[in-house]
Design a protein. Structure first.
Length: 80
């Protein structure tokens, strides 16, 4: 709501099926963990738009945090 975006939430039984659908272009965006997606990002198979932590990750320092686009935006897993 903060960013005025509207997403349809799709529930998956784990991150791997969600990433498989993202790679297969069945869905447009996935909120994935860094550990589950970093290999795809580094291989150029996925493009990371932003991370949800409060600060940039030293593993992917060029990827901005969401709050850089929408000040005050914070996402905490498990609160959706």
């Amino acid at each position: 709501m903060t960013a005025n975006l509207n997403f349809a939430q799709v529930h998956y039984r784990g991150e791997r099926p969600a990433l498989a659908d993202l790679l297969g272009q069945q869905v447009d965006v996935v909120f994935a963990t860094l550990s589950g997606s970093i290999a795809y990002v580094r291989a150029g198979q996925l493009r990371a738009l932003a991370i949800t932590s409060a600060t940039r990750s030293p593993l992917l320092p060029d990827i901005p945090v969401m709050a850089e686009f929408v000040p005050g935006l914070e996402y905490i897993a498990g609160t959706e």
